[in-house]
Design a protein around this ligand. Structure first.
Ligand SMILES: [Zn+2]
Ligand SMILES: [Zn+2]
Length: 205
């Protein structure tokens, strides 16, 4: 039986929406593998547990997903399609580095291009860090009936967008003042945008 110790995991980053690959050796999983995207966003980690290997990450919409993979699955499968157990949404791939790399290449055209040349990279990194902390504590939410808040990252700002009601919150990310003001925010509650639309549709009598 051949054991492949080199493995790769590729996940779509909720911050920059790009697929980030991480290669690692199973023999080095005595400490958790931190899954940090090249945009600076820390998506979560992959680690050894008593009963298998645990993936604990944020999905594309910023929702926390925890999954367990058996030793057998991890050591002997060339390609695992990683999907969120609750929503069925595709998160990425786990498997042999070569197969994972080839699969990302094939997929590449289907993912949106985003600017990676941020106006102020250190500021953007801090803004994304703060947003990540808020997301982990469920402190970013929309008050519409089916909230699905995602993150759009631009060179100079981040936009929180609820894909259900289209409510949008724009957060500038170019100066340290933007970091300071966001750091003071304890919670981001988004107003459902259709409430305003309904208001506008009221008859003028
Ligand atoms: Zn990223
Ligand atoms: Zn909403």
């Amino acid at each position: 039986m051949v054991v492949h110790s080199e493995r790769a995991i590729a996940l779509t980053c909720p911050a920059c929406q790009l697929v980030q690959g991480h290669e690692f050796s199973l023999f080095r999983l005595f400490e958790p593998l931190q899954l940090i995207c090249s945009c600076g966003f820390s998506q979560g980690h992959f680690r050894k547990r008593r009963k298998g290997y645990e993936l604990d990450v944020l999905d594309v919409n910023g929702n926390r997903v925890r999954m367990l993979f058996s030793k057998r699955e991890l050591f002997h499968t060339d390609l695992i399609n990683v999907r969120s157990p609750s929503s069925g949404q595709k998160l990425g791939y786990l498997g042999s580095p070569q197969v994972v790399r080839e699969t990302i290449e094939t997929d590449a055209h289907s993912f949106p291009e985003v600017p990676t040349d941020f106006s102020n990279p250190p500021v953007m990194r801090q803004i994304l860090d703060i947003l990540q902390d808020l997301a982990i504590e469920s402190k970013i939410r929309c008050v519409c009936d089916r909230p699905m808040v995602g993150l759009d990252v631009y060179a100079d700002r981040v936009e929180l967008v609820c894909s259900h009601c289209a409510s949008t919150v724009r957060i500038s990310a170019t100066t340290s003042e933007h970091v300071h003001s966001l750091a003071r925010v304890g919670e981001i509650v988004m107003e459902p945008s259709y409430a305003r639309h309904l208001e506008a549709l009221k008859p003028l009598n």
